[in-house]
Write a protein that binds this ligand. Sequence first.
Ligand code: ATP
Ligand code: MG
Length: 140
Amino acid sequence: MAIERTLSIIKPDATARNLTGKIIDKLESAGLRVIAQKRTRWTREQAEAFYAVHQERPFFNDLVAFMTSGPIVPQVLEGENAVAKNREVMGATNPAEADTGTIRAEFAENIERNSVHGSDSVENAAAEIALCFNDEDIVG
Ligand code: ATP
Ligand code: MG
């Protein structure tokens, strides 16, 4: 297995409920290492750029409104098989379908307000990390 990096975002529904630490605990307990992190709030332009792949989806405008509604905590996670490992710890997009013990099963409010984002491939991870962080702010 390879050491990978992936982008995680703690979403506004989770920061609003003061769940940042509990989510980081789940990630770290699964063996993922936080090697960059910040708290920020996206503009509409930033959210639209990040979710450009979902532009044609019916939920796109709502998703952009949600992701700009409050603070988010983007993170770079590093570890063995980090992309898949993070998706495993996150659980399914719809919390009703997420496995017990996953972040979304425990914390997500619904399919949109689902507490975390995680890159879905190594290629997308690299692009998403570059959108969110400068190289010198990633310290492995
Ligand atoms: P993410 O990309 O945030 O890690 P994901 O890969 O599990 O989540 P995607 O299909 O990429 O899910 O959708 C991106 C985000 O858009 C979801 O996390 C969720 O916030 C929102 N979303 C997805 N499907 C729906 C839907 N049917 N209705 C409302 N919002 C949705
Ligand atoms: Mg996705």
